[in-house]
Design a protein around this ligand. Sequence first.
Ligand code: SDX
Length: 428
Amino acid sequence: MSKKATLEINGNKYEFPIIEGTENELGIDIKTLRGATDGITTIDPGYKNTGSCQSAITFLDGEKGILRYRGYSIEELAEKADFLEVCYLLIFGELPTAEQLEKFDKDIKEESQVDEDMKKILDGFPKSAHPMGVLSSLTSALIAFNPGSVDVDSEEEMYGAIVKILAKFPVLAAWTMRKRKSLPLDYGDNSLGYVENLHKMMFAKPNQAYEANKIVNDALDKLLILHADHEQNCSTSTVRIVGSSHAGLFASLSAGISALWGPLHGGANQAVIEMLEAIKADGGDTAKYIAKAKDKNDPFRLMGFGHRVYKNFDPRAKIIKKSAEEVLGDLGIEDPVLDIAKGLAEVALKDEYFVQRKLYPNVDFYSGIIYRALGIPTEMFTVMFALGRLPGWIAQWREMRLRKEPIGRPRQIYIGENYRKFKAISER
Ligand code: SDX
């Protein structure tokens, strides 16, 4: 395989190195393009063909439906690891020893208090505020109460900021839900595990003892693992580019939460349930919605279907679909929306429109069904996605800073007006 790419423009030839990753991915290194060609750039809307960085965190193979975190398969991690272990793996690159995990857990628990004045900021939001908007604002507000976590350069300072946000983020996420339900805000119980404490903070009632449920806890832990990282997706790229200006970790995460909120990205899990409910209300007429999704004149899209990278089954969707059936069975829940989802997928996967475009169910297609079975309100689904994605965002931000990546600043091709002289208003 040649290690060089040649570009010919106006009879001039330019050579660029081809770099190869550890999974044999090839990329043309065009770092010298503008200089060598006296100003020529590339254009790639949505960066569909453009790599922004070299990363050692997550590997995806969209054609084969492979997803690995630091080399470990998502199937094994979902089956054998717990979420806190996966947080450590993504951020520091290795599965922790028992001692490392114990110290990580202890360091996080020591930071799980949130300044009481943060509750005044939360109080300022109307109950109707979408939890993702509240969470993004509260994450940014954390900066004011943790100024030492802003400009972190050393690995030690980074570690301090990392355990702080891993500790406080679940508290803030739980508070966004309890605010909507007018429930008191608390810090949970540090004697519980990370995910069990999250569940307690979300659901504990002030007037009765909290009872943990292993089925619910295991399902939640698995869902968070499945959402933990996904290489250079929209929200992760946002976290990296904001962090590339040396904005702090919390500010970069706040931006990532906003990017994840969009219905084409993490907001899709909420949109999927709303779509399935609409189909149910419409008599379960899946054929009508498949036709709408195929109609170029109809803005409707089959939410939870399609993916920028996976042109085969999203491996996470396969695991979540199986887990949805198990959890609903274990909890004795009959959810007609699951049957509608399965029926919709069955029809779409045989339809030429979806087959030709390689559109398969993605991570968001079934996740909402489990969240709903766990008693999580629909408007909190994308917050659950953010809780899972937190370690991935942190890992990617840390890698970008440790590799001293340059500030992100893409170029453009200008298509506006050529020079024109200013006109006084009397002449316009
Ligand atoms: C996530 O990047 C990641 O890794 C994201 C994520 C992560 O873990 O971070 O995996 C999480 O965001 C999953 C995706 C959740 N979004 C949705 O489910 C929303 C519905 N899906 C689409 O909007 C769409 O598939 C995207 C946004 C996911 C991907 O869009 P692309 O890669 O830009 O593809 P495209 O819009 O150019 O579509 C190609 C064709 C088009 O048709 P043609 O113009 O070729 O005729 O496929 C069609 C699209 O109209 N198409 C769909 C469709 N998705 C694509 N048609 C109907 N329904 C859909 N869902």
